[in-house]
Design a protein around this ligand. Structure first.
Ligand code: IPE
Ligand code: IPE
Ligand code: MG
Length: 245
């Protein structure tokens, strides 16, 4: 069991998590996938609280991908209902912990009810400043990049931006994540070692951490273990080790 006392002051500023394994968690127990998703929300609460406890400033959770729309309708409906219920239930936790809610993705694609509830919680928490919790909903990195290219192209066409002035900052300003810093630590649960169309641009220099634990079983100590592992790494950003010391 890793305790927060084992961590040093180098807490990642931005943690992103691919919360995977709800379905397998349920299957192992002989339960419906929906029960796995329900239990996944408990892991979300514990993770959010643990992050605020140690001073993480940005936590971004992959909750629903553009590809997840291809799941059976019943499962998609269940996930959307769960989103609405969680938002209703967790607004209190967000306020108590001074957390600002934010969302990235094609929010227009969400059912009306989910979008309304989401925008309401975002509005109510907009002045909170302990941590920004970002939910990636109907999010796909390729879609985000297409949208970005389209918006920039229109500006070029209208003479607002000159093509040779397009740089990283211009791209960043047009992404859903425009108000978020780059990801420092990306965690994926459930043993899968892939990115699944999540924040492709934003994880260019993130440290990647994969764990076999299924998302509903992911506890505070598992988060701290991931951070401890992160703290043992040397982030060289292309330089040599000698240059850093
Ligand atoms: C993650 O768990 C939740 C979502 C993708 C919405 P999964 O539902 O993908 O669980 P597995 O991968 O089938 O175990
Ligand atoms: C990624 O999980 C999306 C979320 C966690 C929301 P998936 O379970 O959908 O990923 P793949 O399709 O197995 O890569
Ligand atoms: Mg999965």
């Amino acid at each position: 069991m890793i305790d927060k006392k084992q961590l040093n002051s180098n807490i990642p500023q931005h943690i992103a998590i691919i919360m995977d394994g709800n379905g397998r968690w349920a299957k192992k127990k002989g339960l419906f996938r929906a029960v796995g998703h329900e239990n996944g929300t408990k892991a979300v609460r514990e993770t959010v609280e643990s992050c605020t406890e140690i001073g993480v400033k940005y936590l971004t959770l992959y909750a629903f991908s553009t590809e997840n729309w291809n799941r059976p309708k019943l499962e998609v409906d269940t996930l959307m209902k769960l989103l609405v219920n969680s938002l209703k239930k967790e607004i209190k936790t967000l306020q108590e912990n001074n957390i600002r809610l934010h969302a990235i993705g094609n929010l227009q694609a969400l059912p009306q009810k989910a979008r309304t509830e989401l925008l309401e919680v975002i509005e109510k928490t907009k002045t909170n400043d302990q941590m920004t919790l970002t939910l990636a909903l109907s999010y796909g990195s390729r879609e985000e990049l297409i949208k970005t290219i389209e918006e920039i192209s229109i500006k070029v066409k209208n003479g607002v931006i000159s093509p040779h002035l397009i740089n990283e900052a211009v791209i960043n300003e047009h992404l859903y994540t425009k108000n978020l810093p780059d990801v420092d630590l990306l965690i994926r649960t459930s043993g899968e070692q892939r990115i699944s169309n999540f924040l492709l641009w934003q994880i260019a220099y993130a440290e990647l951490y994969f764990t076999e634990i299924l998302w509903p079983d992911f506890k505070k100590t598992d988060l701290f273990e991931a951070i401890l592992n992160y703290q043992k790494r040397e982030r060289r950003f292309g330089k040599t080790s000698e240059q850093l010391s």
